[in-house]
Design a protein around this ligand. Structure first.
Ligand SMILES: Cc1ncc(COP(=O)(O)O)c(C=O)c1O
Length: 396
């Protein structure tokens, strides 16, 4: 077969999205055709759909460690993030978030600025970690909400959520966690985290796209973004996406198994092997390391590495031609020429941020996948460096 059509394909872009697991697909299948009912209808079709949604709610409550009534189904991470900010903040309020959040938080905060709601964007340390002391320092009398992500989508760095939860509790401020990239990779526990709101998205954990859920602690005065029917106890109007909800619940159930059966530890070992070998290539370094070069706590599947003297986009394309799918910066920003806001906030210069790649492994990744990447990557790097105007010093 020609080298233009590699026979091996390795997908290492799980933080962009994941495929359905077969069990998820099978669980969803009946709800598109045989069991198509509207969960609000009182006849048998409706009741079957209602039962499925109720069961899914129980699974999500277990996944979050909360009560069934504290689970709200929605369309995914963007909606959950937007709901936290738009639903809780009023003119005159102050919000604290970080400069490394997903655009679903950053753009919501920017829009709120037009409505007299100011936001402080706390910067990370060079390791990518947010210092809880910086959150504490940012608090003002008007601060109503703190929103911090659990795992960063680009670096995988896990934030000190519990410490921030304690600060929120001590100061009486609402706390939202964007757990989209943490769900399925670390155990969620909203009681331990001390949050009022937490958002997840099915498609990052082998569930369907366009489906998600939110934990809303009982009594949290968050207003619905969508109004209409009285679905989801009036917290999110719109006919329930029954098949999507069933798929999300199946994905959550499988994720809970994976967290307990060694799958995530195996994944971390695979990621570590990949990372250690890549870092043997000269002119490379890890994004998400402390001052001694040691990786900080990260989601098990993610590594983010800079390659000096080349363009990250060119390496993404070169790897794609060799059958390897990875991402430079956040996939949500692909096509944009700006370097990653996360890496820039961590203090990388523009060239190094542009020359960084994210490898994010599926939990189904194998040793053979890692072997394939390690076979093709060094050659691709060498080839690009030989061609690169960056290498020749002609790019500022
Ligand atoms: C950290 C984070 N938050 C939110 C989102 C948005 O989630 P969704 O794609 O379900 O809208 C993403 C997706 O990339 C993400 O990585």
């Amino acid at each position: 077969m020609s080298s233009h059509f590699p026979s091996t394909r390795v997908y290492m872009d799980a933080n962009a999205t994941t495929p359905l697991l077969p069990e998820v697909f099978e669980a969803m299948r009946p709800y598109w055709m045989e069991h198509f009912g509207n969960a609000s209808s009182i006849h048998m079709h409706g009741q079957r759909a209602r039962t499925a949604v109720d069961r899914a709610r129980e699974t999500l409550a277990e996944f979050f460690n909360c009560h069934d009534a504290e689970v709200v189904f929605n369309s995914g991470g963007t909606e959950g993030d937007n709901t936290a900010l738009f639903g809780l903040l009023h003119p005159g309020d102050h919000c604290i978030t970080t400069s490394i959040e997903h655009s679903a938080i950053l753009e919501a905060a920017r829009r709120l600025a037009q409505h007299s709601i100011e936001t402080t964007f706390v910067a990370p340390q060079p390791s990518g970690l947010i210092d809880p002391a910086d959150i504490l320092r940012a608090i003002r009398p008007q601060t109503r909400l703190i929103s911090v992500m659990l795992a960063n989508n680009e670096t995988g760095v896990l934030q000190p959520i519990e410490e921030i939860g304690k600060i929120a509790a001590d100061t009486g401020i609402f706390f939202h966690i964007d757990a989209v990239q943490g769900a399925g990779k670390v155990k969620l526990d909203v009681r331990r985290f001390g949050c009022h709101l937490l958002s997840i998205s099915a498609h990052k954990m082998h569930g369907p796209k366009g489906t998600g859920a939110m934990f809303v602690r009982r009594g949290t005065p968050v207003e619905s973004l969508l109004v209409g029917g009285s679905h989801e106890r009036r917290r999110r109007a719109g006919t329930e996406n029954v098949a999507g909800i069933v798929g999300l619940a199946k994905a959550a159930e499988l994720a809970m198994h994976s967290l307990g059966d060694g799958t995530i530890d195996r994944l971390a070992a695979l990621r570590d092997r990949l990372e250690t070998e890549i870092l043997r290539i000269p002119g490379t370094g890890l994004n998400g390391a402390d001052a001694h070069g040691e990786p900080v706590a990260r989601a098990a599947n993610t590594t983010n590495i800079w390659f000096d003297h080349l363009e990250g986009e060119a390496l993404v394309i070169a790897l794609d031609l060799k059958g390897v799918a990875v991402s430079g910066g956040s996939a949500c920003h692909s096509g944009a020429t700006e370097p990653s806001h996360v890496l820039m906030a961590m203090g990388l210069d523009k060239n190094r941020a542009r020359a960084s790649l994210r490898f994010s492994l599926l939990k189904t990744a194998t040793d053979a996948d890692v072997d394939h990447v390690l076979r093709v990557l060094p050659e691709a790097v060498e080839h690009l460096r030989a061609l690169s105007p960056v290498a020749a010093g002609t790019l500022g």
